[in-house]
Design a protein around this ligand. Structure first.
Ligand SMILES: *[C@@H]1O[C@H](CO)[C@@H](O)[C@H](O)[C@H]1NC(C)=O
Ligand SMILES: *[C@@H]1O[C@H](CO)[C@@H](O)[C@H](O)[C@H]1NC(C)=O
Ligand SMILES: *[C@@H]1O[C@H](CO)[C@@H](O)[C@H](O)[C@H]1NC(C)=O
Length: 263
């Protein structure tokens, strides 16, 4: 068993070495075969196990297709949130040493359940990349930009209220969403555990290929019921424009929804 583990570690190490042109330091101490002891003994502390209070909310947090929340659906042996590439490597090695399949969750919107479950109840681990969300452009102008997999565009927080009020909001969204300008995308879902004491919640997830003030002015005009405030919008557009200007200043790669370079 130990030999199998070190061969796996070596194989991964070499794969990484090919890409990074220097070998990584991803050596793990499997300690014993439990996933939690492997993660802990290798310095990966941010994870949640079945039975812990954070497990279900964390697992369900980005599930859009609620049938994957049902009890009969295979659940992961742990949800791990690596904070760095090194932790990500160690989480992968720990999964292998514990014979767990790996499901990777980035934005987490897979309607097919690809990031939440496995077929035939194969034991698995969810690696949630939401902590790896940096976008970096090489300042030396080597023409490279890196967007980590957990990077997302804007997200509008949820709205909570009595069923009738939330139903009205969802009703209105059905007319507003499909008719927004092309730069807009606005989806809606009802998150898990969203009803309590007669109140229900709805989440809106959206992105706008443009600056924050465009999002605010269009949405407050077309969907005033949402009551969107500036503080609820995060802005990545400028960063994306800077990345685009570095890697593709001539706008060779373009379509109706692509980020424009600076002029
Ligand atoms: C594996 O590690 C866990 C956590 O450290 C511990 O509770 C368990 O007893 C260990 N199992 C074996 C077989 O050593
Ligand atoms: C775990 O990771 C998530 C995602 O990066 C982060 O929001 C959270 O604060 C982390 N928790 C701890 C205890 O570090
Ligand atoms: C229900 O939602 C309303 C509107 O957001 C809020 O004022 C109220 O406190 C909520 N009630 C409960 C029981 O959560």
């Amino acid at each position: 068993m130990m030999r199998a583990v070190s061969v796996a570690a070596l194989a991964l190490c070499c794969l990484v070495a090919l890409e990074a042109t220097r070998c990584c330091t991803a050596q793990i101490t499997p300690r014993n075969n439990t996933i939690s002891s492997c993660l802990l003994s290798n310095g990966v502390k941010n994870f949640s196990l079945p039975g812990s209070p954070s497990y279900t909310p964390l697992l369900d947090s980005s599930i859009r297709n609620r049938r994957f929340e049902l009890p009969g659906v295979g659940k992961p042996a742990a949800v791990v949130l690596p904070a760095s590439k090194q932790e990500l490597q160690r989480a992968i090695l720990c999964a292998r040493s514990s014979s767990l399949a790996i499901r990777v969750r980035s934005g987490g919107h897979s309607y097919e359940g690809l990031s939440y479950t496995t077929e035939n109840h194969v034991p698995f681990l969810v690696i949630d990349l939401s902590g790896l969300n940096r976008v970096r452009v090489d300042p030396a102008g080597s023409g490279t930009a890196w967007a980590e997999s957990g990077a997302t565009l804007g997200e509008v927080p949820g709205r909570t209220g009595p069923v009738e009020a939330i139903a009205k909001l969802i009703h209105k969204w059905q007319y507003v969403g499909p008719n927004l300008p092309d730069e807009f995308y606005l989806s809606m879902y009802i998150p898990t555990g969203s009803s309590s004491n007669g109140n229900v919640s709805v989440s809106f997830i959206g992105q706008v290929l443009g600056p924050k003030n465009l999002a605010l002015s269009v949405l407050s005009q077309r969907f005033p019921e949402l009551g969107l405030t500036e503080a609820e919008l995060s802005e990545n557009f400028d960063r994306l424009v800077r990345a685009k200007s570095k890697v593709d200043p001539g706008n060779v790669f373009n379509n109706a929804q692509s980020i424009p370079p600076l002029h």
